[in-house]
Design a binder for this molecule. Structure first.
Ligand code: GTQ
Ligand code: FE2
Length: 341
């Protein structure tokens, strides 16, 4: 009789459970899977499906009634939770002429990337960041920010944040600003000038928080650097947005990249332990992510869940992707692993 009677074993487990004890041997496999297994299959959200809802949001949702007029891209694999892929959300935000999204600040990190936002402005900690095509604007943890559309056109941009990560850690703090404080909006670029010249910085500027002291990264500069960059080991030309004071990621738990895919050259499949959301900035192409193949064009968004192989190819000319990820968080926890096929 090598095996103990199952009843005896389960009695023991039940008694342990009643005493707030769990036997590790009983659930070892669940507690320590041999590799990560993303909850979500990769997903694509097509701009042609999203855009009509952005217009409806403007007509049905007055900006003064809401904190932000953002449509969040959700993967149903999270069971109705507001999550795009693990740790991250992505959204499109809409502002009509004259709209102001009131100031606030929070501990989650956020970014916005200007898709159709020429002339809109985001004010970050008293600095006015005027948005031009493909500009990236950071709103690092606890920096005050609000948005304003002083143009005569409807403005739409892509934004992303690590809200699901902070909910998991229960580390969210949120402070509303004063919606009537007019001085919030009456600012110029301010200290953003201190970080506008690459490779030059004030010698006597104190080192501050872990995030980038530069909040505004120009789309024109991104395009110039992407055109000059050699291909990496995967065949793509990849730029990382960095903190100019340290050379590190822009924020400790949100990490941004731009990728140029040369036409008709499939990148080598790659997987990493971090999560990525890709916005198609320009061009069209096809990505194979895990078992899924996505054909994409401008302003489509797709997810690359962690530990899922992804490869990309541009069609009819070069294509550019903007990628937002939680990679820097994994680096800081010494949990980043990568594989290239
Ligand atoms: O622009 O401040 O999509 O706080 C989600 C949370 C945008 C923002 C989002 C936010 C914002
Ligand atoms: Fe915000």
């Amino acid at each position: 009789m090598a095996n103990p009677a199952p009843k005896q074993a389960s009695d023991f487990v039940a008694q342990l459970e009643a005493a707030n004890l769990h036997p590790l041997w009983d659930r070892f496999r669940t507690l320590t899977p041999v590799k990560p297994q993303a909850k979500d299959p990769p997903l694509i959200w097509r701009w042609r499906d999203i855009e009509p809802f952005t217009h409806r949001a403007v007509s049905e949702v007055p900006i003064d009634d809401v904190e932000r007029r953002a449509l969040i891209l959700v993967n149903p694999a999270f069971g109705g939770d507001t999550v795009t892929t693990s740790n991250l959300i992505a959204a499109f935000t809409v502002l009509d002429p004259g709209d102001r999204a009131r100031p606030h600040r929070h501990t989650f990190a956020a970014i916005r990337f200007a898709t159709r936002a020429d002339g809109a402005a985001t004010i970050v900690n008293g600095r006015r960041c005027d948005m031009r095509e493909s500009d990236l604007i950071l709103t690092p943890p606890m920096c005050w920010h609000g948005h304003i559309n002083e143009t005569d056109r409807r403005i739409i941009w892509f934004d992303a944040a690590n809200i699901p990560l902070l909910r998991q850690l229960d580390a969210n703090f949120f402070e509303p600003g004063d919606p009537k404080a007019n001085q919030f909006w009456q600012v110029d670029e301010g200290d953003e000038k201190l970080w506008a010249e690459s490779g030059m910085a004030g010698a006597d500027i104190q080192r501050g928080p872990a995030h980038s002291p530069k909040y505004h990264y120009s789309g024109a500069a991104m395009r110039r650097l992407l055109a000059a960059l050699p291909a990496g080991p995967d065949g793509a030309h990849t730029l990382r947005y960095t903190n100019p004071a340290t050379g590190d990621s822009v924020m400790p738990a949100l990490d941004c990249y731009a990728v140029r895919l040369p036409k008709n050259n499939t990148t080598r499949p790659k997987r990493t332990t971090c999560n990525m959301i890709c916005l198609v900035v320009s061009g069209s192409g096809r990505s194979t992510v895990g078992e899924h193949t996505f054909d994409w064009s401008q302003h489509d968004v797709f997810s690359i869940p962690h530990w899922t192989f992804a490869s990309h190819i541009a069609k009819d000319g070069d294509a550019t992707l903007f990628v937002v990820s939680d990679r820097s968080a994994f680096e800081r926890l010494d949990l980043l692993r990568e594989e290239l096929q």
